[in-house]
Ligand binder design. Structure first.
Ligand code: AMP
Length: 400
């Protein structure tokens, strides 16, 4: 069965058409600047070059229509008709406490997702627009919601509560939720499979290091802690997000610089992380690596601070699980950035783990990068969120 995987943002829509039985991506693409002038559709059928078209998309429904037209186009399409799309899988960012697993979308589910909008005001409403647009253009095709937060719902109270008055949890559900759950779940499972072990006997730390970054402690197959919080701002230093800071910094800087709370949050979300630390060199780790190699001290400081924070989180999750059996890197930086992995690993020798510089030279493939005989293996497992969403979709709607 072919599954259309949709990741809908406020002005963008990423998609993949996946033959879920063969685990094969038939086509993928991106609609940008939806609802804004200067729209752009990038479409790439399997084995072919990207086709970029400038086209205005006044609404998400028009964007989905464009996607469906591209997929069924007589020349560059990959399917004959829409009837070849058996189901749609939607990435939904926030499922709150309501959703601990993927669900088939119906009116009640839509209402429950809407009730989580408060917790992710930038993401959930946009995700739902994607759901509604697909429902309008593909009536009767089953749709599944796959939540970024779901995998982390197994965290115990001691891990998800903040040290603030309990009434804010009771009244507003202020707590740690965590994100990138689809990736953490997939990578933890693959780690166990790759090592030929049963995940139910393992303590695994997954480091999802991309532009957004989070880390999770997965004990016996269940998430017991993760670094992102109520929102994706908490935790590791990221491309442009600060990660953990002393909350009093907000007031301190806002007074000094005469900034509003909203402006401060914008700085923490968009102008901080390695971008801010490097004094504006870049949020991209390739640029930072090049700058550091050519002597840019600020870029070097950003990279070192980043690695140090990842290592500190790993240490705290070893403590949380009272041990660790494997540590896995994934996402853009984790899969490809040789020097970032080496820098992080340099803090882990106390675990009896030593990185193998030769094995670490790999990019984007499943591999153990620690030396043979290391007590705790370090791995790279490329993540595949879209494929995971397609599989979760199939699991719920069947293969008919
Ligand atoms: P993601 O958000 O998972 O796409 O990850 C994006 C990050 O991965 C960016 O900071 C990229 O610089 C980094 N990245 C991707 N490919 C490479 C590479 N070949 N070498 C170093 N960093 C990379």
């Amino acid at each position: 069965m072919n599954v259309l995987v949709i990741n809908c943002g406020s002005s963008s829509l990423k998609y993949q058409l996946i033959d879920a039985d063969r685990e094969e991506v038939l086509a993928k693409g991106l609609c940008e600047r939806i609802g804004i002038d200067g729209g752009m559709h990038t479409y790439q059928p399997k084995g072919s070059d990207k086709i970029k078209t400038s086209v205005d998309m006044p609404s998400h429904t028009e964007a989905v229509k464009l996607v469906l037209d591209a997929l069924t186009d007589s020349k560059t399409g990959v399917i004959g008709s829409l009837s070849e799309i058996g189901a749609v899988g939607h990435r939904i960012v926030h499922g709150g406490e309501k959703f601990s697993k993927s669900v088939v979308i119906d009116d009640e589910v839509i209402k429950a997702i809407e009730e989580c909008n408060d917790l992710a005001p930038l993401h959930n409403p946009a995700n739902l627009i994607g759901v509604n647009s697909c429902a309008e253009l593909m009536p009767g095709v089953p749709m599944v919601a796959v939540f970024d937060t779901a995998f982390h719902q197994t965290m115990p109270k001691k891990a998800y509560l903040y040290g603030i008055p309990y009434e804010y949890y009771r009244k507003y559900k202020v707590r740690r939720y965590g994100f990138h759950g689809t990736s953490h779940e997939y990578v933890a499972n693959r780690t166990a499979q790759f090592l030929g072990r049963d995940i139910k006997d393992m303590k695994i730390i997954v480091c999802h290091l991309g532009n957004g970054a989070s880390i999770s402690a997965v004990q016996f197959g269940k998430c017991v802690d993760t670094s992102m919080g109520l929102t994706p701002l908490e935790g590791l230093i990221m491309g442009t997000r600060s990660g953990d800071v002393d909350p009093a910094i907000l007031e301190f800087i806002s007074q000094k610089e005469d900034l509003s709370f909203k402006e401060m949050l914008n700085i923490l979300n968009k102008k901080s992380g390695v971008l801010g630390l490097s004094d504006g060199v870049s949020s991209d780790f390739r640029d930072l690596g090049e700058a550091a190699d050519s002597g840019n001290e600020q870029a070097q400081i950003a990279l070192e601070t980043y690695a140090y924070h990842v290592a500190k989180y790993i240490g705290s999750y070893v403590a949380a699980m009272n041990g660790v059996d494997a540590i896995t890197f994934t996402a853009g930086v984790g899969e490809n950035n040789i020097s970032a992995r080496a820098m992080i690993a340099s803090y882990l020798t106390y675990l009896g783990t030593e990185i193998d510089d030769e094995k670490n030279k790999t990019r984007g493939e499943e591999i153990i990068i620690s030396k043979d005989g290391s007590k705790v293996p370090l791995l790279v497992i490329p993540t595949d969120e879209e494929m995971s969403i397609a599989k979760a979709t199939i699991a719920l709607v069947g293969r008919a």
